[in-house]
Write a protein that binds this ligand. Sequence first.
Ligand code: FES
Length: 199
Amino acid sequence: MSNDGVDNSRRRFLTAATSVVGAVGTVGLAIPFVSSMNPSARAKAAGAPVEVDISKLEAGGLVTVEWRGKPVWVIRRTEENMKDLQGLADRLVDPKSEATQQPTYASNLYRARTDTKDVVVLVGICTHLGCSPKYRPELAPADLGAEWKGGFFCPCHGSKFDLAGRVFKGVPAPTNLVVPPHMYLSKSVILIGEDGGKA
Ligand code: FES
């Protein structure tokens, strides 16, 4: 993230708003089609993969899309974030992401596909009781302490996750946030919900 916090916030908002408009547009177009489907075709469409354009997603930004009725976050981490993620292992439950919370290609400390490490895709649902954690990318905010390097905070019971969705020790959530199946259709377009069978 640049030093220009206000403008960055606005850009993030605009990026998110653009995505929402895109998603709404897609839903609007899909409704007549969906209503003409038979029940099994409708069920299939509800689980269909979702494309996300990340060409305007700046470092430090997050966009939210809906996939299978769940919020999915796409976050582009800064270079500093990537360095910070390397130094958190002692404080994490599963620092190398070895539990079954991600496809095998995201079973690494960044929880990203190996060719695109700065971008991570996470299901935005707390692994404790299902609240939606808040994106808290700032360093050492007063309420999260001097050691905080950015991540996600769940307001329901205080679970904390880093910027790879890895859960910290000593909080109610037992496991890392889920990485859904995903793949890159191009450098700037991610398909969520489909990975070409590479999981
Ligand atoms: S639901 Fe997130 S900490 Fe309980």
